[in-house]
Ligand binder design. Sequence first.
Ligand code: FPP
Length: 232
Amino acid sequence: MNTRNTIHHLGLIMDGNGRWGEAQGKGRISGYAQGAIALHNIIISAPLLGIRTIIAFAFSRDNWKRDVNEVETILSVITRFVRRSATVMIENGIRFRWIGETDKLPNSMLTTLNSTSEITKSGSKMTLCLCINYSARAEMAHAVKNAVLSPPISDKNLMSSVAKKLYWPEMPNIDLIIRTSGEKRLSDFCCWNSQYAKIHFTDTLWPDFSIEELSDIIKMYNSVSEDDSKIK
Ligand code: FPP
């Protein structure tokens, strides 16, 4: 099929890990380790689908309200994922980065996140950005506060001044957000860069989400864009 690739920046809301673990009879916590395997498989193959950036919601500021054991498990699964994937990311030209607040995150986790960002920084095939201890509202508040602390802003420059103070100012616009597990909401995921994003909801629980399903979803959006461009 000779469709134009329109999905370069993909947002992932990886929901349904706990329910997957429960459904397997192994408890909620087991779902997170399986979710990490699913993400690993996606990032290895995503560049072949034309994806240049993946931004994935790994831990929201709301997640602190969960049971303390579950919080510790999620943070340690994320840390292990980043540490263990570093070599594969380097081999596959994947640059790692993360956005979010540093407060309350363990120092050992921050060290892993920052050192992996550093050693993968020359990756040029794709960027994987994890949102950790992240809230879109907190990001906007942070950006507005820092923009107004700068020299006076004219109305004309207001948007660009705020954009420059986001956690990742150069982040490309998100083309498509996929949320797994049947939940149909955005839950404080990146809003500034989702201005024109398409949103796709699938009932698949995140640990079962595969590169085949991603490929089918991308083909569907590419063929819709192809039809749109024929009409215009
Ligand atoms: C919600 O699932 C998802 C999260 C809290 C994000 C954490 C995701 C992972 C650990 C998957 C792998 C990601 C990385 C970065 C290694 P949920 O627990 O709310 O599931 P539920 O809706 O079934 O309760």
